[in-house]
Ligand binder design. Structure first.
Ligand code: PMP
Ligand code: GLN
Length: 382
């Protein structure tokens, strides 16, 4: 075929695939793509076996297993004080990626503007463009990647259909505080903007600070899809299973797309996750589990020349290399793989053309053995 008209002419292969392949080729210590290198809890795996034997092997209901939706309704209410009806306001999805894609598919029409905050996770833009939407980027500013509230306010206009946020934030590890949530709510108040809140790292928050879900804020919740990922919470990124909550009028439109896209997702996992979620410690202790890894990693690299501001959430740590090199981050990331056998993610791929800071993203969701190996290399880089 020589007459293929691409719907996404500017889209190439994702950075995670590109860097992942290079890491393999060079046998590099891989702190690039975000995934744990340790197994999930055997009890969770056992529950999947049980599901298979109990014959949870046929289609789940379109919205997902009812029992799991009921458990998630209770969990959300307990954590954030907001009730979502399990029948009409909660849907199990094939990872957060599908929740994001389906939300965009259901609501973005040609010409609609969708605001994203850059650096932005990489699956937002292509989906917006696929449905004819116009991406309106608002850059997070300065060394701390703060929201420029004035810029955000002026980006919201009559054509804004949707706004996408991600908190805790990949790749910066930023966590929104109460004052941020209040300012944000004010900006959207009185508008018809749909909010897509990507909260896949909701349980990975550090230093005693809470995750502030948009579901806690009445006005925000009334306009929001909120997505979470079991992949992040239970160390099972390969299962590709997550969920999304939204008020029922919004979810009704989501289902119109969902039912003809995936219909429903892997049934045995839904049984297993529902049983596993009954013990709340399985997610409530995740923050301290990863904080210990963050601290271990930061302690191990404290004599390196990289600069550090401890991550506030997620399993990512940005390391600044102002004192090491003037290369751009892609150049340095490639060189570190080839010369030092260490793989990281250059965050410029999540940013706009004017981005010119010097950071690499490292995933510390790894065993101490791997973190030690990475630290030993990082200390050597001068
Ligand atoms: N959003 C963000 C910010 C992520 O980091 C990820 C993880 N890859 C996703 C969405 C997608 O999650 P999932 O693997 O459940 O599709
Ligand atoms: N969310 C993961 C990360 O940021 C990557 C997932 C993927 O490869 N699509 O590293």
């Amino acid at each position: 075929m020589d007459n293929i008209i691409s719907k996404l002419p500017n889209v190439g292969t994702t950075i995670f695939t590109t860097i992942g392949q290079l890491a393999l080729q060079h046998n590099a210590v891989n702190l690039s793509q975000g995934f744990p290198n340790f197994p999930p809890d055997p009890a969770l795996l056992h529950l999947v076996d049980e599901a298979l034997q109990l014959d949870y092997n046929q289609y789940a209901p379109m919205q997902g297993s009812k029992a799991l939706r009921e458990t998630l309704s209770e969990k959300t209410e307990q954590l954030y004080g907001k009730y979502y009806h399990p029948d009409t306001e909660i849907t199990i999805t094939s990872g957060a990626t599908q929740a994001i894609f389906t939300t965009i598919a259901a609501f973005v029409n040609p010409g609609d503007e969708v605001i994203i905050l850059r650096p932005a996770y990489d699956c937002y833009e292509p989906a917006i463009e696929l449905f004819g939407g116009k991406v309106v980027p608002v850059d997070l500013v300065g060394k701390d990647f703060e929201v420029d509230w004035e810029a955000l306010k002026s980006a919201v206009g009559a054509n804004t259909r949707m706004l996408i946020i991600n908190n805790p934030h990949n790749p910066t590890g930023k966590l929104w505080a109460e004052a941020d949530m209040q300012k944000f709510q004010e900006i959207l108040s009185g508008t018809n903007v749909i909010l897509l809140s990507d909260e896949v790292y909701e349980h990975i928050v550090f230093d005693g600070k809470p995750h502030l879900s948009v579901s806690k804020y009445l006005d925000l919740a009334s306009r929001s899809f909120i997505t979470s990922s079991f992949g992040k919470t239970f160390h099972i990124t390969g299962w590709k299973i997550g969920y999304v909550v939204a008020p029922k009028e919004l979810m009704k439109e989501f289902h119109k797309v969902h039912q003809y896209n995936v219909f429903s997702v892997f049934r045995p996992a839904q049984y297993a996750l529902n049983q596993y979620l009954k013990n709340h410690d399985h997610y409530l202790e995740l923050g301290s589990f990863y904080q210990q890894k963050r601290d271990y990693f930061l302690e191990a690299i404290k004599t390196s020349k990289f600069t550090v501001k401890p991550s506030g959430g997620t399993y990512f740590q940005l390391l600044g290399y102002d004192q090491i090199s003037e290369e751009n981050d892609m150049e340095l990331a490639l060189r570190l793989i080839k010369e030092y056998q260490l793989a990281s993610i250059p965050i410029s791929v999540f940013c706009g053309p004017s981005y010119n800071q010097r950071y690499l993203r490292f995933c510390f969701g790894k065993t101490e053995e791997v973190l030690d190996k990475a630290a030993e290399i990082l200390i050597r880089i001068q």
